[in-house]
Design a protein around this ligand. Structure first.
Ligand SMILES: *Cc1c(COP(=O)(O)O)cnc(C)c1O
Length: 233
């Protein structure tokens, strides 16, 4: 299967998932996760009509953004992987979105370092929705206070929440963490006047469950680009 054929299939899955819960298909944005794949793969997906791309590793993302400089005005680049404070400047200068913010310090640096000539950096807060000790993301209890502080930073625009739930087997089990993230977004919006509109959740294996629970952005890698060989740590 080519990237273009895979994309058609992913769009069919998204459309079917939307239809089955009565949501308009335009309410879900496909974020193509191109981590570990070369810039030519992004070029192929772009040629097939995709405009939003997600990268996990800062340096790999920066290299691909540079290699695809000719398409820069047509592509929205999203950082979806962990971000250390010493890499914030390059990210603030090069990316359009960061989904993985889970510390005030990182957000403050991104705001200070976002160039004045660019629009505000779009931000999602990563929530540790499955409560695993090993994964990044803030605890749900910390979310309201952190959202309030980050929403006030001048060069950022807080858009919503992101989660990477623990893999679950069946549809009903997959729904639970997505339901919890959607409930947190609703809670923060009810308590604070933030108008958060983005739920970044759903990957190749669970996009239907995520859409059923209100995902507005699904992050799809494998189903578009194929299986990844994990890079050496
Ligand atoms: C790799 C990755 C994805 C895509 O996962 P697939 O299962 O390949 O679709 C989505 N979100 C994050 C944060 C990832 O690291």
């Amino acid at each position: 299967m080519t990237i273009s054929e895979n994309l058609q299939q992913v769009h069919r899955r998204i459309a079917e998932a939307c239809r089955s819960v009565g949501r308009p298909v335009q309410s879900v944005t496909l974020l193509s996760v191109s981590k570990t794949f070369p810039s030519d793969a992004v070029r192929a997906a772009h040629a097939a009509g995709e405009r939003c791309f997600g990268e996990n590793y800062v340096q790999e993302g920066l290299d691909k953004i540079a290699a695809l400089a000719d398409l820069r005005s047509q592509i929205e680049w999203h950082l979806i992987g962990p971000l250390q404070s010493n890499k914030t400047r390059a990210v603030a200068e090069a990316f359009d979105w960061v989904h993985s913010v889970d510390r005030l310090k990182v957000a403050q640096r991104l705001s200070e370092q976002r160039p004045a000539a660019l629009p505000p950096l779009q931000i999602c807060l990563q929530v540790n929705i499955s409560g695993e000790a090993s994964k990044s993301g803030i605890a749900p209890a910390e979310l309201p206070a952190l959202a309030r502080e980050i929403a006030a930073l001048p060069r950022l625009r807080l858009r919503g929440l992101m989660a990477i739930p623990e893999p679950a087997g069946d549809f009903e089990a997959q729904r639970a963490p997505h339901h919890a993230l959607a409930a947190l977004l609703a809670q923060v919006n009810a308590q604070q006047d933030l108008h958060l509109d983005t739920l970044s959740m759903g990957m190749s294996a669970d996009l239907e469950a995520a859409i059923a629970e209100g995902a507005t952005m699904v992050r799809i890698g494998t189903a578009i680009f194929g299986g990844r060989v994990r890079p050496a740590a």
